[in-house]
Design a protein around this ligand. Structure first.
Ligand SMILES: [Zn+2]
Length: 254
């Protein structure tokens, strides 16, 4: 069985966590990076990681989708908690920018950038890897992490332009592949253009995937990311599994 790591999972949003993790382990998942989205979610992530030592590793952050509902004090509380837990987490995430028009309507670009800048300063100060969301904001997200002087950056579920991807790869940053690698044109192109040593696998569960047959994902579905990526790259699944697991281990310091 190929050993794989789900490097970006919203375990706090899963309904039946224990059976989902059992199923994942049976499918070859040897580690899951649980990412947080807001203060409440971050607290839950810390509890889940404590419940599954050696399997679930915590990353906590502040997702750009959350910003529209937050007051400046809520943001301060969230960032303070991240800093308090910094020695117990393997990465800061999920964080990022999202320039979808529905998002910028409630959280304008400048607001998103100001907050991201504060979080990136924390990542830099404590040399933490980050898992970054960059939908329609690929160039700005890249420029900001570069300017913050970060070395370990994973552009999760990357679907951006080849020109940005080239800069990402040249900077030693990584991208991660989701089960959308089975059908999503832009994501497939990005995976094709990324060398094996710069690739991670993930599910972003419980995201719903599929075109005709839709399903709610869980960590075991990282095997779909593996198979689709291996097919795209014309690589053996075992080779891709071994390399991406090695990449994740090094990236998160597992
Ligand atoms: Zn996510």
């Amino acid at each position: 069985m190929v050993q794989v790591i789900d490097t970006h999972a919203h375990l706090d949003e899963l309904e039946d966590l224990r059976p989902a993790l059992t199923k994942a382990t049976e499918a070859g998942v040897v580690a899951v990076i649980a990412v947080g989205s807001n203060h409440q979610s971050n607290q839950k992530v810390m509890r889940i990681a404590a419940d599954y030592p050696g399997l679930v590793y915590p990353a906590i952050g502040l997702h750009p989708w959350e910003l529209g509902n937050m007051k400046s004090n809520d943001i301060d509380v969230t960032l303070k908690f991240i800093e308090e837990k910094i020695s117990k987490i393997v990465a800061i995430g999920e964080i990022g920018l999202d320039y979808d028009k529905r998002v910028i309507k409630v959280a304008p670009k400048e607001v998103q950038k100001d907050i991201l800048k504060r979080i990136l300063a924390l990542a830099r100060q404590y040399t933490k890897p980050i898992s970054i969301h960059s939908r329609y904001a690929w160039r700005d997200a890249f420029d900001m992490v570069k300017e913050a002087g970060l070395e370990k950056v994973a552009f999760h579920w990357f679907t951006g332009f080849s020109t940005v991807l080239k800069d990402i790869l040249e900077s030693g940053y990584l991208i991660s592949a989701t089960p959308a690698a089975e059908y999503h044109q832009e994501h497939r192109r990005a995976i094709k253009e990324t060398p094996l040593d710069k690739l991670l696998l993930e599910t972003d569960c419980p995201v719903i995937y599929g075109r005709e047959n839709k399903y709610r994902s869980q960590p075991a579905d990282v095997v779909k990311s593996l198979r689709a990526s291996a097919a795209l790259k014309g690589t053996d699944e075992f080779v891709l599994g071994r390399q991406t697991t090695l990449n994740a281990g090094q990236f998160f310091g597992l």
